[in-house]
Design a protein around this ligand. Sequence first.
Ligand code: CR1
Length: 829
Amino acid sequence: AKTTPTAAKNLLTTYDYINPKPDAELVRKSIVYKLIFILGIDPKDATPADWLNAAMFAARDLSTENFLSTRQIHEKFKKRTVYYLSMEFLMGRAFTNSLINQDLYGAFEQAFKELGLNLADISEQEADPALGNGGLGRLAACFLDSLATLRVPAVGYGIRYQYGMFKQEIVDGKQIEKPDLWLDNGMAWQFARPAKRFPVSFGGTLDTSHYPPRWKPAEQINAVAYDEIVPAFGGQIANPLRLWTAHTGDLFNLASFNEGDYFSSMEAQMKNETIANVLYPNDATAVGRELRLKQEYFLVSASVQDIIARHLCRYDSIHTLPEDVAIHLNDTHPVLAIPELMRILIDDYYLPFDQAWAMCQKIFSYTNHTLMSEALEKWSVDMMAQLLPRHLDIIYKINHHFIENVVRPQGYDDDFIRRVSIIEEGEQRQVRMAWLAVIASHKVNGVAKIHSDLMVSSLFADFAALFPERFTNVTNGVTPRRWIAVANPKLARFLDKHLGGSGWLTDLNQLNQLNKLVDNKDIQNEFANVKHAAKVRLAEYIQREMNITINPNALFDVQIKRIHAYKRQSMNVLHIVHRYNQILNNPNADWQPRVFILAGKAASSYNEAKQTIRLINDIAYFINHDERVRDLIKVVFIPNYSVSLAELIIPAADLSEQISLAGKEASGTSNMKFALNGALTIGTLDGANVEILQHVGAENIFIFGNTVEQVQTLYRNGYNPYDFIDNDPELAQVVNQIAQGAFSPDEPHRYHKLMHNRDEFQRYADFRSYVNAQAQVDKLYRQPEKWYRAALVNMANMGYFSSDRSIEDYCREIWRIEPVSEQELPRLA
Ligand code: CR1
């Protein structure tokens, strides 16, 4: 039992210890105090990074009280809680966000001024923790922000990778991967929790002569927690993000050490510590490696044990778990949580299988984030038998139960049973993790309307026949706190001014009041100035970091996201080269100057994506140095794309490229961030583009390309790229130039394969329609009144795409969770 010293107890049961809002002087004192007494640094020797750490400690103090009292409220009122399990969280920098969320930005800015320092420069010192790949990880971060802000009782669980996403350098046009040392300068934002540790076991044998069977694992390591505070915007609430790290101190083999074999005594320890070492840099792709399976199990085992421990703090029985707890699976990566909870309920709490299973089905829900078959996780039965024998045994039982009690009684044939079985038969038997997720969850959702519809009609069609009520949609959203207030403060001030205050930050539908202002010329100009300032800021960065000069008056055309064939960065390139050809053919025409900005990382093992990066850089070099095109085209590939770079680039975009092949991008979320910052979208009818179109209206977005149905027809008829290349001389010219080395004269065949592959994602089929849409873009940009009107209409109608709306949907439709109410909040002193 926990004891609290009486004096502290008084403090923690009355809420009057909550600080009044500190002024600049208090903040300054606190920063200096932290610098001296926590970091042990003399102010006269302190580097900007030291000042940042000191300031983060000071800011953390101010949210810690909210953090602790939030936990107390949850316990006191036994708040049903959602646990969000994700292998990835792309939180971005914490410092500025926490100051804005707690309304402390002004005080800190003033405090640093008095210290002769600049808050913005200090904030730039913060490492950007890249514990994720792309959209999936960033969505999890937006959701945590909304969960806190909406006062939803929630805990995020992830892994504290020692090395996050690799750092990308571009050398001679090629991507070079360097380790990301995000922890090097300390991590003032996280609390180490050495006492929060749970053993995680692997391997060994299963003795089935008992019931329940006895698992005798071969290895055991400890998961140790770090907590990161997720502060609500403007509120008294702060939720935890709990990240696990591997600690193997106890594994150290004393026997061999005493025999003098220091190395082998350390060996087991080193082997296991690699579990939390690196993030797999794959986006929308599955990896079939043993270490990855270990990582996934490590996350879920520690988290499920912790969830049960938390439950038993509030209730004295395990039976109330489904009333108290909702566990959400962010894609299939944490799906082993299902057999892990079953294992604990059956083996440790002696619940009968049926009872444990009924509990699981109330507790779990699952989001599918992609239909791409290459991303569907499957684990070989052999590997799982080796690493997690008890879990495999439980999965077999779940499968048997499902087939015998659910499928067969409905009269389905063997072929159907083969299709829905969790175990895929074949040369190598495999466990289909997505099937397990669907069978165990009470709700399964896709992330945009078109994606959820396709999910039900294709990937999960058989399951939709079995459980039609299980499938639903929750369209993704993004947090306006980070994507406007942090990323684009000038836009935030513009909105405050015209919407009569900052209410839009927590009620994004207020943006629709802009609709009545979109024809006002002064407001159009004012917005144009906000956009221009952001473009200047980005141009300065590009000048400083890359030594490339771009003109802020040009149209900024931006595609930033993971490099992937289905996202079709190479189709963007086709258009750039086509435009280049047109300008050379007709140099005196009245061309609209454009800057093409691209950024994104390629998975280290994904050759085609790496070639695409190299092609972009080769073309950039060639075109940027061609005197004949002057400033009419510039191409910039900004290295090392990250959340903080997105914060710099998105506000500066005029045009947002969302050009995936229809049916392939589950949602996209940068499309929302761009439109929210007043960029116009050029996009296909894919993912959330479809809903953006519905909200902003067809006149305010550039839609092109084949629909899902047309794409499927092309595939069905045996898609042949030369049907398109051979019938479009301009396209053929572009393809031949690239394929024959016009941009890689030192190695003419460098891009032959990239151009002449089977064009799985139908770039050539959509090329002409894309080029036509780009001509419409130029035409509209030439009429600033119309362009900025359209930009304002975009912003005005983005309210729906707030992650607050997504989280409200999840709470109501999936988790059945109530936020902390006004009455439950502590009274402020
Ligand atoms: C999808 O590709 C979506 C995010 C968040 C990605 C992207 O379209 O916006 O998820 N999927 O829902 C993914 O990473 C493993 O799958």
